[in-house]
Unconditional design. Structure first.
Length: 194
Protein backbone atom coordinates (compact mmCIF):
# COMPACT_ATOMS: atom_id res chain seq x y z
CA UNK A 1 0.00 0.00 0.00
CA UNK A 2 1.40 3.38 -0.92
CA UNK A 3 1.37 6.49 1.26
CA UNK A 4 -1.12 8.14 -1.11
CA UNK A 5 -3.81 5.54 -0.27
CA UNK A 6 -3.50 6.25 3.47
CA UNK A 7 -3.79 10.04 3.18
CA UNK A 8 -7.38 11.35 2.78
CA UNK A 9 -7.77 13.48 -0.26
CA UNK A 10 -8.48 17.20 -0.03
CA UNK A 11 -12.00 16.92 -1.51
CA UNK A 12 -13.07 14.38 1.11
CA UNK A 13 -11.73 16.49 3.99
CA UNK A 14 -13.50 19.56 2.60
CA UNK A 15 -16.80 17.65 2.21
CA UNK A 16 -16.66 16.47 5.83
CA UNK A 17 -15.91 20.02 6.98
CA UNK A 18 -18.85 21.47 5.00
CA UNK A 19 -21.26 18.81 6.35
CA UNK A 20 -20.07 19.45 9.92
CA UNK A 21 -20.67 23.20 9.49
CA UNK A 22 -24.18 22.60 8.11
CA UNK A 23 -24.99 20.28 11.01
CA UNK A 24 -23.74 22.82 13.56
CA UNK A 25 -25.73 25.70 12.00
CA UNK A 26 -28.91 23.61 11.93
CA UNK A 27 -28.43 22.51 15.54
CA UNK A 28 -28.00 26.13 16.69
CA UNK A 29 -31.01 27.26 14.62
CA UNK A 30 -33.17 24.55 16.22
CA UNK A 31 -32.33 25.98 19.66
CA UNK A 32 -33.62 29.45 18.72
CA UNK A 33 -37.31 30.28 19.09
CA UNK A 34 -39.10 31.20 15.88
CA UNK A 35 -39.47 34.90 15.11
CA UNK A 36 -42.52 36.55 16.68
CA UNK A 37 -45.38 37.63 14.48
CA UNK A 38 -45.44 41.33 13.66
CA UNK A 39 -49.17 41.77 14.34
CA UNK A 40 -51.68 40.44 16.87
CA UNK A 41 -53.19 37.01 16.43
CA UNK A 42 -56.98 37.17 16.58
CA UNK A 43 -59.52 34.46 17.37
CA UNK A 44 -61.60 35.42 14.38
CA UNK A 45 -65.26 35.00 13.59
CA UNK A 46 -67.29 37.14 11.20
CA UNK A 47 -69.62 38.14 14.06
CA UNK A 48 -66.79 39.25 16.38
CA UNK A 49 -63.02 39.14 16.12
CA UNK A 50 -61.49 38.49 19.54
CA UNK A 51 -58.23 40.38 20.02
CA UNK A 52 -56.55 40.30 23.46
CA UNK A 53 -54.90 43.62 22.68
CA UNK A 54 -58.13 45.55 22.09
CA UNK A 55 -61.51 43.74 22.38
CA UNK A 56 -63.69 44.83 25.31
CA UNK A 57 -66.27 42.94 27.33
CA UNK A 58 -68.96 45.40 26.18
CA UNK A 59 -68.20 44.57 22.52
CA UNK A 60 -68.41 40.83 23.21
CA UNK A 61 -71.65 41.02 25.20
CA UNK A 62 -73.24 43.28 22.58
CA UNK A 63 -72.65 40.53 20.01
CA UNK A 64 -72.83 37.30 22.04
CA UNK A 65 -74.92 38.27 25.07
CA UNK A 66 -74.27 37.27 28.68
CA UNK A 67 -72.11 34.18 29.13
CA UNK A 68 -72.23 31.23 31.51
CA UNK A 69 -69.68 31.24 34.36
CA UNK A 70 -67.59 28.18 33.49
CA UNK A 71 -65.13 26.52 34.20
CA UNK A 72 -64.62 28.81 37.22
CA UNK A 73 -65.66 32.19 38.51
CA UNK A 74 -64.33 34.96 36.28
CA UNK A 75 -64.54 32.93 33.09
CA UNK A 76 -67.32 33.76 30.60
CA UNK A 77 -68.21 30.76 28.44
CA UNK A 78 -70.35 30.36 25.34
CA UNK A 79 -71.08 27.22 23.35
CA UNK A 80 -70.70 27.61 19.58
CA UNK A 81 -70.95 25.29 16.61
CA UNK A 82 -67.66 24.60 14.90
CA UNK A 83 -66.82 22.73 11.75
CA UNK A 84 -69.03 19.69 11.15
CA UNK A 85 -71.44 21.05 13.78
CA UNK A 86 -69.15 20.09 16.67
CA UNK A 87 -69.99 21.72 20.00
CA UNK A 88 -67.10 23.97 21.01
CA UNK A 89 -66.70 26.09 24.11
CA UNK A 90 -65.50 29.67 23.84
CA UNK A 91 -64.19 30.79 27.24
CA UNK A 92 -63.21 34.41 27.79
CA UNK A 93 -61.53 36.18 30.69
CA UNK A 94 -61.44 39.96 31.09
CA UNK A 95 -59.14 42.34 32.92
CA UNK A 96 -60.95 43.76 35.94
CA UNK A 97 -59.14 47.07 35.50
CA UNK A 98 -60.32 48.01 32.00
CA UNK A 99 -62.76 45.23 31.00
CA UNK A 100 -60.51 44.29 28.07
CA UNK A 101 -60.12 40.72 26.92
CA UNK A 102 -57.19 39.08 28.75
CA UNK A 103 -57.63 35.59 27.33
CA UNK A 104 -59.75 33.73 24.83
CA UNK A 105 -59.86 29.94 24.57
CA UNK A 106 -61.73 27.77 22.08
CA UNK A 107 -61.84 24.07 22.90
CA UNK A 108 -63.73 20.83 22.73
CA UNK A 109 -65.26 20.21 26.18
CA UNK A 110 -63.79 16.99 27.60
CA UNK A 111 -65.46 16.84 30.99
CA UNK A 112 -68.69 14.96 31.64
CA UNK A 113 -69.51 17.79 34.04
CA UNK A 114 -69.39 20.45 31.29
CA UNK A 115 -72.68 22.36 31.22
CA UNK A 116 -75.16 21.48 28.49
CA UNK A 117 -75.17 24.94 26.94
CA UNK A 118 -77.14 25.61 23.78
CA UNK A 119 -74.74 26.04 20.87
CA UNK A 120 -74.86 29.27 18.88
CA UNK A 121 -74.51 29.09 15.12
CA UNK A 122 -72.05 31.91 14.40
CA UNK A 123 -69.82 30.17 11.90
CA UNK A 124 -66.53 28.79 13.14
CA UNK A 125 -63.79 30.61 15.02
CA UNK A 126 -60.19 30.37 13.83
CA UNK A 127 -56.82 31.92 14.53
CA UNK A 128 -55.94 34.68 12.08
CA UNK A 129 -53.43 34.98 10.57
CA UNK A 130 -53.10 31.32 9.63
CA UNK A 131 -56.73 30.07 9.57
CA UNK A 132 -56.05 27.46 12.28
CA UNK A 133 -59.27 25.97 13.69
CA UNK A 134 -60.15 23.08 15.96
CA UNK A 135 -59.66 19.81 14.13
CA UNK A 136 -56.80 21.22 12.02
CA UNK A 137 -53.67 19.08 11.80
CA UNK A 138 -50.74 20.43 13.81
CA UNK A 139 -48.55 20.06 10.74
CA UNK A 140 -50.23 23.07 9.10
CA UNK A 141 -49.30 25.49 11.89
CA UNK A 142 -47.27 28.43 10.55
CA UNK A 143 -43.53 28.51 11.19
CA UNK A 144 -44.03 31.10 13.96
CA UNK A 145 -45.53 28.37 16.16
CA UNK A 146 -42.91 26.41 18.09
CA UNK A 147 -43.39 23.25 20.16
CA UNK A 148 -43.04 24.32 23.78
CA UNK A 149 -43.62 21.08 25.60
CA UNK A 150 -42.43 17.58 24.91
CA UNK A 151 -45.24 15.02 24.77
CA UNK A 152 -46.12 13.48 28.13
CA UNK A 153 -48.47 10.63 28.97
CA UNK A 154 -49.95 12.60 31.88
CA UNK A 155 -50.57 15.85 29.99
CA UNK A 156 -54.04 16.66 28.67
CA UNK A 157 -52.46 17.60 25.33
CA UNK A 158 -49.59 15.77 23.65
CA UNK A 159 -48.85 18.67 21.30
CA UNK A 160 -48.49 22.24 22.58
CA UNK A 161 -47.30 25.03 20.32
CA UNK A 162 -46.80 28.75 21.02
CA UNK A 163 -46.43 31.86 18.86
CA UNK A 164 -45.65 35.30 20.29
CA UNK A 165 -46.97 38.58 18.91
CA UNK A 166 -46.92 42.21 20.14
CA UNK A 167 -48.95 42.20 23.35
CA UNK A 168 -49.72 38.51 23.55
CA UNK A 169 -49.18 34.83 22.85
CA UNK A 170 -51.18 32.29 20.84
CA UNK A 171 -51.33 28.58 21.63
CA UNK A 172 -52.45 25.52 19.70
CA UNK A 173 -52.86 22.29 21.67
CA UNK A 174 -53.89 18.86 20.56
CA UNK A 175 -53.62 15.12 20.54
CA UNK A 176 -52.91 12.56 17.83
CA UNK A 177 -51.85 15.35 15.48
CA UNK A 178 -55.17 17.27 15.64
CA UNK A 179 -55.74 20.62 17.35
CA UNK A 180 -58.31 20.43 20.17
CA UNK A 181 -57.71 23.79 21.85
CA UNK A 182 -56.59 27.21 20.64
CA UNK A 183 -55.97 30.10 22.98
CA UNK A 184 -54.84 33.71 23.13
CA UNK A 185 -53.40 35.39 26.21
CA UNK A 186 -52.41 38.98 26.78
CA UNK A 187 -48.80 39.40 27.97
CA UNK A 188 -47.70 42.02 30.42
CA UNK A 189 -45.63 44.76 28.76
CA UNK A 190 -42.55 43.57 30.65
CA UNK A 191 -42.84 40.03 29.23
CA UNK A 192 -40.24 39.77 26.45
CA UNK A 193 -41.34 38.62 23.04
CA UNK A 194 -38.76 36.01 22.09
Amino acid sequence: MSGEDETPDFAMLRAVEVLANIYERNRKAADLPPPPLDRPVVLFNEAIPLDVTSTTRDEVEKTLGIAFAYPARGWHTYCVFGANRTREFLSLFYSSADRRLASAELYLPKSDRAPKLEARDLGGFRLVPSEVALGTQVTVLPENFARIMAPSERAAYADIFEARFPGGAAYAMGNKGLIERIALYVLKPSTPVS
